[in-house]
Write a protein that binds this ligand. Sequence first.
Ligand code: CTP
Length: 422
Amino acid sequence: MAQNSKELISQPLAESRWGLHGKRVLIAVSAGVAAYKTCILVRDLMRAGANIKIVMTEAARAFVSAETFQALSGEPVYTDLWDDRISNRMAHIELGRWADAIMIAPASADVMARLAHGICNDLLSTLCLARPRDRCLLLIAPAMNKEMWSHPATQRNAATLAKDGTIFLGPDRGDQACGETGDGRMLEPEDLLQALEHALSPKLLAGRHCLITAGPTFEAIDPVRGITNRSSGKMGFAIARAASQAGALVQLIAGPVCLASPWQVQRTDVVSAIDMKLAVDRAIDSLPSDKVKHAIFISVAAVADWRPAEIASQKIKKQHGESTPSLRFVENPDILASVAARSPRPFCVGFAAESEMLHQYGEAKRKKKNIPLLAANIGHETFGQDLNQLLLLDERGSESLPLATKEKLAQQFIEAIASRLT
Ligand code: CTP
């Protein structure tokens, strides 16, 4: 379930994130050694532009001090039901009214049991019960020993909480502080951040199927050599993430890239253009035809235009003194044009990687491929970079999305797509 957290954490965080910027997030910390991960989560939420408040149970302070969270968030930490820093001394009401979401991380078995039964015997449990449920989400990231997690009592409590509308994040499987291995690890901070962003993002593509290609393709010459291009896949992965946050069911067909899968995105890895076309056809064919016309196909991949006509079965050896080998190429299928030629067809969106004359070449490509929307960019300036700028072209004209992180552009791009859907 969880992504590879090492890869995720090594990705640069966008300075501000769609579902998180300006959102009011109450982080509730209960007892568990995983509280050290919550420190990282709080730091990353701050960077993402969220407003944070922190509540801790008394037992949580045995693991991480309130001062640590205060220093990270720059906000006082609330621990007491009768906190007199809240003017009416009703912290349990005011904090719940303030928050767009409450995330309990880590959530102990004890906290889950109390919440499942509506027991209010400290600030955390009381404010969860008192929160306005129609506008304040409750997310729970359990962390406990595997026997505690799998115990029928805990499972019953989890089922009750889920039925009451609580969003469960994890737990993950792996090594535990007690030396055992199993289910019960708290998700990594980046996973929790993505899940929270997911929960709070505007659902512009709710229920839509969205198929996205990303990255380069690799066309083999022999078992050890091939032809590819400098696409990193970052733009396509950012779009997959933004589409998923917007509520779409996202299938990502990725060429060879070194990127972790975005949260809740179904990913298929491919190598060549032919593999990519097969995967795209399979994905569309698996949809009922009434769903196809409401689906979206975003072709971000830098698909190789040609492939070697023959793939040598053994490594081609250098012959000293003899002429260099010459390669003969055949054209690859145009995946986007073939999807656009289907009937019924999804809403098709293309990319154009150009080196000059963005508007002219982009618009010509949009018309040639018979698609309603195309994003043109300067390929060699953006391949592998974290920033990009796009020129959106449709039948009404053009619109510039100025230089920004690929995450931010992806969100703007999804908004642009959503506004064009019927
Ligand atoms: N594309 C595709 N299959 C191909 C080539 C391109 O699906 N075999 C898609 C890309 O994913 C992109 C759009 O078509 O959405 C335009 O790709 P681009 O490489 O810019 O254009 P080409 O059609 O390959 O034309 P050229 O390379 O001559 O500019």
